[in-house]
Design a protein around this ligand. Structure first.
Ligand code: FAD
Length: 485
């Protein structure tokens, strides 16, 4: 077992962890990053599948994502715009594909009116919300107890309007059924992008990509840290607080089964909360440090054995956060055939298996790539059928937007982040009904020497790489303040 001593140990080499590690290193602290996987980047992953370069995880950059834009510029990366010339396609309840331009779907005038009115209402509510503290809004408690679906249905009887409004934060963002999360959670999602209107504007939210893929951000950040990023090092155990100095004693010496044990355990937790010092162990390495940053999705904290255990608030809180689930589908064709028909590739339908799809052709590539998304229960259902049937059904859905040629890609791949042990879903995590108002204020609070950073706990940039970077900067700042104090 190798022994390492550093000022700070960072757990997770995603955008959040690597941002924090770079900030700390620049400020003169020594760091090491422990990463479970055999690569850096976490939910950012560019790979070549059957000769096609695919961005399997996060890829788009929007104009409000200043932290990400700054990092991309700092790393010397260049960006290009998503292809958007020509008509978009919308499939309504009658199953007919209709072309349109602009942001409003081609729906009946009364449906359009309902969508416009409710969008204006949502924009006004979102404008009152601080994405970093949505729980502070005077109506937070009320808005967190009503589901997004129930609130929308209380605004209008127009089912098509509800489905179209619901899908922006539902299938397209939180990737959970809209009855499972609250209006407040939905408003946070919109506030994190500036407004509800921003979120539904594909030209805004899916604006640019990085030439060569967004995974270069974590790769170049890791390069700056050199040998201080260790791969294949899943963290198994964290001893924190005063006892970290003597972390070689066996785990679970206090079981908490008897009342006296439980009292002793509570005292240990309290002592740990007001101290520094951690000992972090993987299968190969032991790191002793003053502080740790947990830069992994909070749904994965229970994979680590904490000694003493985390306080009861964290135990409770982390059970109310869960990952959404979406399949990102990549279909590569010998040419971008839809462009010949005057189509931009942008397609939506709350009635289709693939509720949204886009031209995702790589910079300078002669071949054409479409990317489609299948979310929440539709995604669950598809993983109950064979791989062949799944592919057939997804391509059938894409053909409803682009015609029969869509059924014959030369490369086809489904990103299945639900199967990834060190992520467990996509795109990110959100609270269940009532959880945001109940626990949100504590989500980012450090616990003793343990600081927390991840896109799942971001305000601005929530669920996005921008949020991960912002959280990495914040966790590093917290530690620097304590280290200097
Ligand atoms: P992660 O990337 O999850 O990094 C956490 C790291 O911790 C991982 O590397 C993991 O392996 C590691 N880890 C976990 N447990 C342990 C352990 N016990 N020990 C050591 N290491 C551990 N965002 C956008 O901005 N634009 C997009 O277009 C976009 N599209 C997306 C599409 C998909 C399919 C997915 C999955 C995500 C998308 N996102 C997008 C979201 C974005 O990718 C994430 O929000 C962001 O990358 C998360 O970064 P992070 O550092 O917070 O967490």
């Amino acid at each position: 077992m190798d022994e390492i001593t550093r000022d700070v140990v960072v757990i997770g080499a995603g955008a959040a962890g690597l941002t924090a590690a770079n900030d700390l290193r620049k400020a003169g602290l020594s760091v090491v990053v422990l990463e479970a996987r055999d690569r850096v980047g976490g939910r950012l992953w560019t790979d070549v599948v059957e000769g096609a370069m695919l961005e399997l995880g996060g890829q788009w950059v929007s104009p409000d994502q200043q932290a990400l834009i700054d990092t991309v510029a700092d790393l010397g990366l260049s960006t290009y715009s998503r292809y958007r010339e020509g008509d978009s396609v919308y499939v309504g309840p009658d199953g007919e594909a209709k072309r349109f331009t602009g942001e409003m779907f081609p729906v009946a005038p009364e449906t359009e009116r309902a969508i416009d009115e409710i969008t204006a209402r949502l924009d006004a509510m979102v404008a009152e919300i601080d994405p970093d503290k949505p729980w502070e809004h005077p109506n937070a408690a009320e808005w967190d107890t009503i589901s997004w679906d129930a609130w929308l249905r209380a605004q209008t009887d127009d089912d098509e309007a509800v489905r179209n409004l619901a899908f922006a934060t539902g299938s397209a963002m939180l990737t959970k059924p809209t009855h499972t999360f609250s209006l407040l959670q939905s408003l946070l999602m919109a506030a994190s992008a500036g407004s509800y209107s921003h979120l539904v504007d594909a030209d805004f939210i899916l604006d640019k990509r990085v030439v060569g893929g967004l995974q270069q951000v974590p790769e170049l950040l890791a390069e700056r840290l050199g040998d201080d990023v260790l791969l294949n090092q899943p963290v198994r155990r964290i001893v924190w607080g005063p006892e970290s100095a003597a972390a070689d004693r066996p785990a679970d010496a206090v079981t908490g089964r008897r009342v006296d044990d439980l009292r002793a355990l509570t005292a240990r937790v309290e002592a740990a909360k007001s101290s520094t010092g951690v000992t972090v162990t993987t299968d190969d390495v032991t790191v002793r440090a003053r502080f740790a940053i947990l830069a992994l999705a909070p749904v994965l904290y229970p994979r680590i054995s904490f000694d003493p255990p985390l306080p009861r608030l964290q135990h409770q809180m982390h059970q109310h956060i869960s990952m959404g689930f979406v399949i990102k589908v990549h279909a590569v064709y010998d040419r971008p055939f839809w462009r010949e028909q005057g189509l931009s590739g942008t397609a939506f339908s709350p009635y289709e298996l693939s509720h949204e799809a886009y031209d995702n052709t790589n910079h300078g590539d002669e071949r054409g790539t479409l990317v489609g998304f299948v979310s929440d229960q539709n995604a669950d259902d598809l993983f109950r059928v064979s791989a062949e049937e799944r592919k057939e059904r997804i391509l059938e859905s894409l053909s409803h937007y682009y015609g029969p040629e869509a059924k014959n890609p030369v490369v086809y791949y489904e990103s299945d982040w639900g199967s990834e042990e060190w992520t467990r879903g996509a795109y990110a995590a959100s609270f269940d009904l009532g959880g945001l108002q109940r626990y949100g204020a504590d989500l980012r609070e450090p616990v003793g020497p343990l600081h927390l950073a991840c896109s799942d706990m971001a305000g601005a940039g929530y669920q996005h790489v921008d949020g991960a970077i912002r959280q990495g900067h914040r966790a590093a700042d917290e530690i620097l303040e304590r280290a200097r104090g």
